[in-house]
Design a binder for this molecule. Structure first.
Ligand code: ADP
Ligand code: MG
Length: 290
């Protein structure tokens, strides 16, 4: 130890902590077989650095959830690679996925919290389960779950409740807590605020912004540019299965290049001082239909 450099710490999973947490290259995904076969993603490449929040936006059917599913091992890639925490998962089988999930590298939050929460587990059980899966002793897991609650603005008295006994906003905050309580490197959030009313949406967006200080990387998927712009450093725009634009949030919002991005920015006028006028929007719509 003569250089005085701090020792380089390597996480237990052996991944390079400075390397990207997610590196998608040339990803193709198809659904269906033979004549029904349809391509949902075409040549998608996207890199997410540690601690970075990337917003993935696009209209319904553009392939956003398919990209989330490919990163979480829920659909198979027909071409390309998906490297999560240094490990190429594109052709992982169920056993390898289980091992990766147990290590807690990547977690998820879905639009409907009832899909990310087991209806038969209490809030306390939902929050301790991912910690127990990683071998954290029961008492420590309970302490960590309890200590996490203020970060998602939930009260301790909810610990004994089942998801069905919570409001939609509370449920989604439990899903967020469950995804983050283990300290994953990457969380994929697929339309996490789309089903919430305005007040709850604002609150969850605030919580996500605050949680970023823990160093977690986020891929925040939404059809609503306004929701992601306040949380994310960069935006990636998906249009008909292809990424048509990637840039800093500031650049994409202020200097959108692709016609579809201009349409998105134009229909979220609060983001820009000079909203696109109606004629321009109509022209862009017409262009996109061709
Ligand atoms: P988004 O999340 O952006 O709304 P999706 O990723 O859900 O879009 O869907 C992308 C395309 O793939 C759509 O055309 C959709 O109809 C199709 N698709 C999605 N899931 C399936 C599936 N399980 N089987 C067949 N086609 C699907
Ligand atoms: Mg979707």
């Amino acid at each position: 130890m003569t250089t005085g450099e701090p020792p380089r710490t390597t996480p237990a999973d052996g991944a390079d902590p400075a390397g990207p947490v997610l590196e998608i290259t040339g990803l193709d995904v198809h659904y269906g077989l033979r004549r029904r076969r349809r391509q949902a993603l075409r040549g998608v490449s996207l890199t997410v650095a540690p601690g970075e929040a990337v917003g993935l936006i696009g209209e319904t059917g553009s392939g956003k959830s398919t990209l989330a599913r490919a990163v979480l091992g829920l659909v198979r890639a027909s071409a390309g690679s998906v490297v999560v925490g240094g490990e190429d998962v594109a052709r992982h089988g169920p056993r390898q996925w289980r091992a990766l999930r147990r290590r807690g590298v990547v977690q998820y939050v879905f639009q409907d919290p009832l899909r990310s929460l087991d209806p038969d587990l209490t809030v306390e059980e939902s929050l301790t389960e991912p910690l127990l899966m990683q071998g954290v002793p029961r008492e420590e897991a309970a302490d960590r779950a309890r200590a996490f609650l203020p970060r998602v603005r939930l009260h301790e008295e909810l610990l004994g409740r089942l998801p069905g006994e919570l409001s939609g906003g509370q449920r989604q905050r439990v899903s967020v807590a469950r995804a983050l309580v283990t300290g994953p490197r990457l969380v994929i959030l697929d339309e996490p605020v789309s089903a919430l009313d305005a007040a709850n949406r604002v609150q969850v967006l605030e919580i996500l912004k605050e949680l970023r200080s823990s160093g977690v990387a986020l891929v925040f998927i939404s059809h609503d540019l306004g929701s992601v712009a306040g949380v994310c450093d960069r935006l990636a725009v998906l249009y008909q299965g292809e990424l048509v634009e990637v840039g800093t949030t500031h650049d994409v919002v202020n200097h959108p290049r692709h016609p579809y991005t201009r349409l998105l920015v134009g229909s979220a006028p609060t983001l820009r001082s000079a909203p696109a006028d109606r004629a321009e929007r109509e022209a862009l719509r017409a262009l996109l239909r061709t």
